[in-house]
Design a protein around this ligand. Structure first.
Ligand code: URA
Ligand code: SF4
Length: 209
């Protein structure tokens, strides 16, 4: 089974080293159509690791996570919950943008990564967790939850609650689940969805207090 593990430097203990290696990852087919690998971004000393799904169109072009519309909403919600961006390390379960082939002149539309692609990319996430050793992992949506807890994970059952990280290579810490910021942008009642999102992030702020 092909995966990111084939591209992981042995004993990597530095994010720049991991980022450099991930740039050449061909652990699944998603590297073929995407512009570039979008590795995580933030301080190795961050106390909270925020886990999204995969880079979007804007992130694919910029090479950085959460710089598009979902990222702007996330920034605003973090500030409102009292969490500063430099307390956080931002990353995604899958490091390449997956999209539906665009019609002429149309924007590329995000397509959900498969469980196999999430599994193939997981070695990068585990390596990031080993370096950052966050006190809390914020699961932004179902793909993030499934990446760490398996396919039975449901955001609705857990959002806004604090629970233990799964046992992965001796990493210990807490997790808080919430929705993906993109789902707030798509919600019928955007104000209510945004308020609920900020309330979940306030739980993270309490863990960090
Ligand atoms: N959505 C994500 O899950 N991650 C990003 O980096 C941007 C949008
Ligand atoms: Fe490698 Fe992940 Fe990109 Fe697949 S999505 S090629 S496993 S970095």
């Amino acid at each position: 089974q092909r995966s990111a593990a084939d591209f992981l430097p042995p004993d990597a203990d530095d994010l720049d080293q991991l980022r450099g290696a991930a740039a050449g990852c061909r652990g699944c087919d998603l590297y073929r159509d995407a512009t570039q690998t979008v590795f995580g971004d933030g301080s190795p000393d961050a106390r909270a690791l925020l886990l999204g799904e995969q880079p979007g169109d804007r992130e694919d072009v910029a090479g950085e996570p959460f710089v598009g519309p979902a990222g702007r909403l996330l920034d605003r919600a973090l500030a409102e919950a009292g969490i500063s961006r430099d307390q956080t390390y931002l990353t995604n379960a899958v490091k390449h943008f997956k999209f539906v082939p665009p019609e002429r002149g149309k924007r590329r539309l995000h397509k959900q990564p498969s469980a196999a692609e999430v599994a193939a990319c997981k070695p990068w996430l585990v390596a990031e967790l080993r370096v950052v050793r966050p006190e809390v992992v914020v699961l932004l949506g179902a793909t993030a939850g499934k990446a760490l807890y398996g396919s039975s994970f449901r955001v609705g059952d857990r959002r806004g609650t604090v629970f233990a990280l799964p046992e992965i290579e001796g990493i210990e810490g807490l997790a808080v689940a919430t929705v993906h910021p993109s789902s707030v942008l798509r919600a019928d009642d955007r104000d209510a969805a945004y308020a609920a999102f900020v309330a979940d992030l306030a739980v993270v702020a309490e863990v960090l207090a």
